[in-house]
Design a protein around this ligand. Structure first.
Ligand code: PMV
Length: 360
């Protein structure tokens, strides 16, 4: 396991004048949710997610050596066009990671980024976006220090991504990633995401996630504000303890493939996340009427057919419909027949469990 100091480099054996890297990184969907953090993006509780396969950010980073400056020098393009609004977030990210990548002010960067999912679909691109950027910066660091091990490369990439957006640290690897120290998961740490180290039953092979776009509007509550509301939250301590317990439960479920138990943990986690928001001060309701319509329709369908399909939610109104690959055709038919009507412009995205970031 690496410590923070391992990520502060002391020397580089190579120099590099210019070049370009390109990585694609996926979004991820948490089963046990991260909600609440301490200083420096340290999570208040451990979380676990499925890495996705189709909702990706592709990011190209071109770099040229310059005289070391007082400020970061970078251009930011989104879909090939300059995007000033995105720059402050990148600026903040670079400030946070500079101590771990001390060469950042010695280059001018052109960061060119695009998502495979529709812009303003209400799907947060921060996880995939920060992961893709972190991968590119690690490629540059590896070029400066080729003796770096693969393990170090990926774990530091996740460590850096975490400093951009907490959940981004779970987007570097697949298929199931744990972030945050949990007593019974060997190697789990608050500093970066690790591949889930134990047996995963075949029931979870190619597990499906169909994302129903209920509300594509701007996020009502930023995740920064949301996490903050867990400070002095009346139920925070119980909630954090529950996340540890749910990870224990999932460990048994991943091993024995019991989908009924899986559904209980996953749906309860989603509703707990929203319950935390409803019981904070100020309080929020991030579900929309159609979110509830969908949840009720899933419950009805599941009880009528015994097909193990369930939902989870992020900090918004969209619904992730989760189900095993073996029932894919039936569930897609159900979505077409009964759920599409609740989506904005009938939009949904078919995704499934994936393997993590890839160099292009
Ligand atoms: O990574 P952030 O700070 O945007 O937080 C995301 C938190 C949730 O998506 C709501 C839950 C999670 O674990 O992904």
């Amino acid at each position: 396991m690496f410590s923070i100091n391992d990520f502060i480099p002391s020397f580089y054996s190579n120099t590099l004048e210019s070049g370009q890297f390109q990585w694609t990184a996926p979004s991820n969907i948490a089963l046990v949710k991260y909600w609440g953090k301490k200083e420096n993006q340290i999570p208040a509780n451990p979380s676990v997610s499925f890495t996705l396969n189709n909702c990706m950010t592709n990011t190209k980073v071109a770099f040229t050596k310059i005289q070391k400056q007082d400020n970061f020098s970078f251009d930011l393009l989104f879909e090939g066009k300059p995007k000033e609004e995105f720059k402050p977030k990148i600026q903040k990210f670079l400030e946070r990671i500079e101590v771990y990548l001390p060469f950042l002010k010695e280059y001018h960067f052109t960061i060119d980024t695009e998502n495979t999912f529709p812009h303003s679909s209400g799907i947060a691109s921060s996880a995939s976006g920060m992961a893709a950027l972190a991968m590119n910066l690690m490629s540059l660091e590896k070029a400066l220090r080729p003796e770096m091990t693969e393990d170090y490369f990926y774990q530091k990439a996740s460590f850096l991504a975490r400093l951009g957006s907490g959940s981004a640290c779970r987007s570097v690897k697949g298929q199931v990633v744990v972030w945050g120290h949990q007593a019974n998961i060997l190697g789990s740490t608050d500093l970066y995401g690790v591949e889930y180290p134990y047996t995963i039953h075949d029931n979870f092979n190619h597990f499906q996630d169909t994302i129903l776009l209920v509300d594509k509007g701007e996020k009502q509550v930023s995740s920064t504000l949301g996490h903050d509301l867990m400070h002095n939250h009346p139920y925070a301590e119980q909630r954090f303890a529950q996340a540890h317990d749910n990870l224990d439960k999932l460990r048994a479920i991943f091993e024995n493939g019991n989908l009924d138990e899986f559904i209980k943990v996953v749906e309860s986690e989603a509703l707990t996340l929203h319950a935390m928001m409803m019981t904070s001060m100020p309080y929020f309701i991030l579900m929309k009427p159609n979110t509830l319509q969908i949840i009720n329709a899933i419950w009805k369908y599941r009880s009528e057919t015994q097909i193990p399909v369930c939902f989870t939610l992020d900090a918004g109104a969209n619904v992730h419909v989760l189900y095993p690959n073996s029932v894919k055709d039936k569930v897609l038919q159900f979505i077409q027949d009964e759920l599409v009507g609740y989506c904005q412009n009938a939009q949904y995205i078919c995704d499934q469990i994936g393997i993590g970031a890839m160099q292009l």
